[in-house]
Design a protein around this ligand. Sequence first.
Ligand code: AMP
Ligand code: MG
Length: 343
Amino acid sequence: MNTLRLSTREEDLNIAGRIIRDGGLVAFPTETVYGLGADALNAEAVASVYRAKGRPSDNPMIVHIADATGLYELIEGGASGLSEEASKLITNLWPGPLTMVFRKSDIIPDVTTGGLDTVAVRMPSNPTARRLIRAAGRPIAAPSANLSGKPSPTTADDVLEDMNGRIDAVVMGEQCDVGIESTVLDLTGDIPYILRPGAVTREKLMSVLKRSVLYDSSLLERPDAIADPSEGVADTDFKPKSPGMKYKHYSPNASVKLIHGNAEEFREKAKAIGIEAMKRGEKVAILDYDNDPGKAAHKLFAELRELDRQGYSLILIRMLDEEGFGFSVMNRMLKSAGYDIVK
Ligand code: AMP
Ligand code: MG
């Protein structure tokens, strides 16, 4: 298959929209990461997304819409099925990097939701993404546009590295602003649960809802046990409610190690580890994001991919404080590193 490179011009987005309506696959930029889009209501098209990514079929997709009214056909009970809390979140935080999980309506094929009776929906703020959804005239199911297990793509070139020849087209937009995937919030129970942390933080959600919001316990039950389990943990079983969270994720070919400490401590430790590794013949890269989660999120996945291209075999990264957005970015860093932390 020859993968078309499309621009963000109107005529190209119309071509992209038609490809999606015809059951094809188009990668496109959003403010979080590049998505690999298919018509969310076309079971065949969605099945081909799983194939293109090598994604396990029990890992459901996020359905993207351009307008809040597009939500009603997707959820149980339509417009009247929308809770007051969901409405508040939509008013305050959509469009943006927040995905909400609702009970699904019957029009959504099982394959889109990995067989669950719930559906995850997001309204992206990226103008190109919104224009594409409107051009398609369909809700667009889109996971990240990478091969399963690799760091998510945040540039069009990173998408092509994984997907060239596997999908119909790529909309060649800008580098993604946020750089990590959306916050996933489960609104189907009595208490809202964060299933995946993102740029919309727990603090932000609580300030909008004026009530407690919990992290799914799987986000804190982890090998390195750094997070304080008394802080916002859901008192439930340890199975992730978001099926995707259990898979190997965000892994470059290089080994990644995380290092604690302030700038100077990090430099010292990284230097010592780096010198030893270089003696063994490793090619070593050192990444310090100055404890700035916004900067780290924006650059992390793109840099991991670039370092792979340049043949680095070991990447040493300075850890962030796990507060606010820092918690979300550390979730990705820890997975990239397979929880390998230098104390
Ligand atoms: P990705 O598309 O790669 O950003 O992954 C989408 C994420 O949303 C995965 O972690 C999924 O498990 C999660 N997700 C999608 N739909 C649902 C749902 N209905 N319930 C819970 N999590 C979901
Ligand atoms: Mg993904």
